[in-house]
Design a protein around this ligand. Structure first.
Ligand code: S3P
Length: 450
């Protein structure tokens, strides 16, 4: 439940060369889904490597409120005794999803076709984010909802008593919307179809199949057509959560801009719907290699090796790549500031409705630290100053957004003067070991008083 606590101001100055291995936490998207799908299976799902960040812990709490037995046995080792599709209990308190859009949106989907009512809320960031993108398609199943203006949280969902299956064409490229519709389709009779014009992360499809659901994916002229047969009995699973490429992005990018660095980030999931950043960095001229490439649990996995890369160039990041790196634009903009030339990032309107308006948040902080940024509604461009030439010296607002906080601290590693953030508290939502891990590599991050 980040954003409810006292702000934690932090500052990062010049880092020593970053060296060693960076063992980043489990994948956030897969961790949420492991708990949720486990709750909808009949029997015991066992999870290893679960991300124990605040977002996922809020989802664990929510699953208990819907009747599942969720237990932690050791670091990252959890079990879920599920209640089955259609077996969800009605929570007797408000479900607080903290900072997590993925948590609240997927849970709304999973309960929307059960005859129960639940009220959802979150922190100040989540309560500003659009929810009509979820409640509109859920209404097609027969679900009712009442929220604040523009569908904002707090919001109550009245699940459909007699749900009907739905065919839904995604109006935005969003894995959260796709997943919410598919999860609602689980407890509707017949076939629910989602058509996505642009591919987004496909963990829901892969994992539902793994849990025994009948789900097909077809590539057509209209895009990916996903067909789910409702009311399956989901079979409990043993899940090894891969490490999060979106968290790996931080030590990788930090190494690329910090003189003398050579960092190994082992066991990173390289699902093509998630790995756009790494291709982009290579196009910019980063010394980034994939070692020990292999398959684990049906997902491509590799060890990433990133070395200091003082000659990176700005590029035009193709719009079609946006969905596969949507969470990585903040840290990419920090790398872009240390490259030469302009990095243009288009087709990224969705960045405006993340945990913060990420274009605005990064533009404000980069400009305050001496970097020129141009922006429009769905694009932005950073004019790089070349390696080590960012003046720094300013304090950046993080707007309750973990990725904004981590990005600006890393900016400080390679800037002439230290960079501060007004609140590093939200980092705990996705990367609770960030300070320790970066410190062990050689970074110089400190908590400060203001
Ligand atoms: C996520 C989907 C993405 C991403 C978020 C995690 C998921 O959001 O930004 O961090 O796990 O499905 P959108 O679906 O809104 O693009």
């Amino acid at each position: 439940m980040s954003g409810h606590g006292t702000p934690i101001p932090m500052q990062a100055g010049h880092a020593n060369p970053l060296t060693g291995a960076a063992h980043v936490p489990g994948d956030k998207s897969i961790s949420h889904r492991s708990l949720m799908f486990g709750a909808m299976a009949v029997g015991k799902t066992e999870i290893f490597g679960l991300l124990e960040g605040e977002d996922v812990l809020d989802t664990a709490k929510a699953m208990r409120a819907f009747g599942a037995e969720v237990t932690q046995h050791g670091p990252g080792h959890w079990t879920v005794h599920g209640v089955g599709v259609g077996g969800l209990a009605e929570p007797d308190t408000v479900i607080d999803c903290g900072n997590s859009g993925t948590g609240v949106r997927l849970i709304m989907g999973m309960m929307a076709t059960s005859p129960i009512t639940a009220t959802f809320t979150g922190d100040a960031s989540l309560n500003k984010r659009p929810m009509a993108r979820i409640t509109d398609p859920l209404a097609l199943f027969g679900t009712q909802s009442v929220g604040r203006s523009q569908g904002r949280l707090p919001l109550t969902i009245v699940g459909a008593e007699n749900p009907v299956p739905v065919e839904y064409h995604l109006p935005v490229a969003s894995a959260q919307v796709k997943s919410a519709v598919l999860l609602a389709g689980l407890n509707a009779p017949g076939k629910t179809v989602v058509v996505e014009p642009k591919a987004t992360r496909d963990h829901t499809e892969r994992m539902l199949r793994g849990f025994g659901a009948e789900l097909t994916v077809e590539d057509t002229n209209e895009g990916r057509v996903i067909t789910l047969t409702g009311q399956p009995e989901l079979q409990p699973q043993t899940i090894h959560v891969p490490r999060d490429p979106s968290s790996a992005a931080f030590p990788v990018c930090a190494a690329l801009i910090t003189p003398g660095s050579d960092v190994l980030v082992p066991n990173i999931g390289l699902n093509p719907t998630r790995s756009g950043l790494f291709i982009t960095l290579q196009e910019m001229g980063a010394d980034l290699t994939f070692e020990n490439e292999r398959e684990e649990g049906g997902e491509p996995v590799a060890d990433l090796r990133a070395r200091y890369s003082p000659n990176m160039k700005g590029i035009n990041v193709p719009e079609h790549r946006a969905a596969s790196m949507i969470d990585e634009y903040p840290i990419l903009s920090v790398v872009a500031a240390n490259a030469t030339g302009v990095t243009h990032m288009g087709g990224v309107h969705e960045l405006r409705v993340k945990e913060s308006d990420r274009i605005d948040a990064m533009a404000q902080g980069l400009r305050a630290n001496g970097v020129s940024v141009d922006e429009g509604e769905d694009w932005w461009a950073v004019t790089g100053l070349g390696a080590g030439n960012v003046p720094g010296g300013a304090t950046c607002e993080t707007f309750l957004d973990h990725r904004i906080a981590m990005s600006f601290l890393i900016l400080g590693f390679a800037s002439k003067s230290a960079v501060a953030v007004n609140d590093g508290g939200p980092i705990a939502t996705s990367f609770p070991i960030f300070e320790q891990l970066m410190g062990d590599l050689g970074a110089n991050i400190e908590r400060i008083s203001v």
